[in-house]
Write a protein that binds this ligand. Structure first.
Ligand SMILES: [Zn+2]
Length: 172
């Protein structure tokens, strides 16, 4: 699989005027992305989990709690406030079931109080889901400057990269 192969590009342009052909190309690309996500899941990728997190946890929970690590089947979720940590602990069995049904090989789920000291300047945008940079229904989708993955435009406007790359940077 190589999205940037010369072959693929040439084909795409040549067939562009033909609707069904470009549609076919689009679905091939989509399949390709699905395949990538599937591989990520199998490998226990934090990236895949972060990208799907709001679907799995629900918007409100996702705005206040996010996956911090995913190693050897153990997912660690950080909560922004003690009450959200409580909410997570309370919903842990359901969340675990959701993760498994979404295709993640999760053995256990750990929840910790996450001290959000890492983003002092931008902290305010995370306090309400109204303006949360991860909302693609408001900000739309874009592409990360760093890793090239699709990412919420709000995240890109804020950091010039996806939240995953931002986090990798902060953890350095
Ligand atoms: Zn990125």
């Amino acid at each position: 699989m190589n999205l940037n192969s010369n072959n693929g590009k040439r084909d795409f342009h040549k067939k562009l005027p033909n609707d069904s052909a470009s549609q076919k190309n689009f679905s091939a690309l989509k399949n390709c992305l699905n395949e990538v996500q599937h591989t990520w899941k199998k490998e226990g990728s934090l990236r895949a989990l972060v990208q799907e997190w709001s679907n799995i946890a629900g918007l409100q929970l996702a705005a206040n709690c996010s996956p911090i690590s995913f190693h050897r089947g153990v997912v660690v979720i950080g909560a922004s406030h003690p009450q959200w940590r409580q909410a997570l602990l309370y919903n842990r069995p359901q969340l675990l079931a959701e993760l498994r049904s979404a295709g993640y090989k999760v053995k256990s789920l750990k929840i910790q109080q996450h001290h959000p000291t890492e983003l002092p300047k931008q902290q305010s945008v995370f306090n309400t889901w109204d303006k949360h940079p991860s909302r693609i229904d408001i900000h739309g989708m874009s592409e990360c400057n760093k890793c090239g993955s699709p990412c919420p435009a709000g995240e890109k406007n804020l950091w010039g990269k996806c939240s995953f790359c931002k986090r990798q940077e902060l953890n350095k």
